[in-house]
Design a protein around this ligand. Sequence first.
Ligand SMILES: C[S@@+](CC[C@H](N)C(=O)[O-])C[C@H]1O[C@@H](n2cnc3c(N)ncnc32)[C@H](O)[C@@H]1O
Length: 236
Amino acid sequence: MLRNSEDFWRETWGEHMPLYRSRPPRQGMYLELLFPEKSWTFLELAAGSMRDANYLAERGYQVTGSDYVPEVVSSAREAYRDSRLETRVIDAFDTKVADDTFDVSYHNGLLICFSSDSDIEALVREQARITRKYMVATVPCAYHEEQRRQFAELAPQNPIYDIRWLTLDDISRFLAPYGCTKVYPFGGRLDSRLLPGRSFGWLPLCVRRWVYRSLCPHQRLRRWKKIIAVTQVGDD
Ligand SMILES: C[S@@+](CC[C@H](N)C(=O)[O-])C[C@H]1O[C@@H](n2cnc3c(N)ncnc32)[C@H](O)[C@@H]1O
């Protein structure tokens, strides 16, 4: 499994950052479907490229993008210098952030970096502590067999694909102690079409949001590319 360390990520990002920054900020687009309230404050932990945090900032949300590698944070500051995005160096295990600071906290691809359950438990505990309303964890979908095969083929050349796969039971075991936890698709057939620039992206946000939240969770799990787990930790 990939060895999560600052040096690993410094080196990995040195190579892959331009590719990541060129990809559509889909996590940000899904968060917009889930949380349309622009007065809420958002924190992205382990944000890497920070393209999703930047997308939300450009859409008018109050967003802080963070990562524990200082060079990754300064690279985002430089890349998005004209944006309203705030950036900070934050270690997700020990954020030094006061209780209940952000309405929504999220990360995409963080939990899969840890083989030890106690690491994941510590991360989730800290995330819940600093979050007022919803905490979000996005992970590649363990039930998408084709994707698992692709990751297994790529892993020997690139450890970024050598990840921990989390089942729905794992997700529930780690997150449900902090509040009602629901899972939503990322990269399924219908939900993909609801995103800006896709076939149903022109529909009003309230309609896309309704379809996403009500219908899309019923799509076949093995077609989801990622699972977005949303835990309500406090009142709306
Ligand atoms: C898979 S990448 C996330 C990619 C990101 N979602 C994106 O789209 O660019 C994982 C990130 O987690 C960060 N990370 C790992 N451990 C961390 C920790 N303890 N605190 C904060 N960030 C951490 C790494 O520096 C890396 O940028």
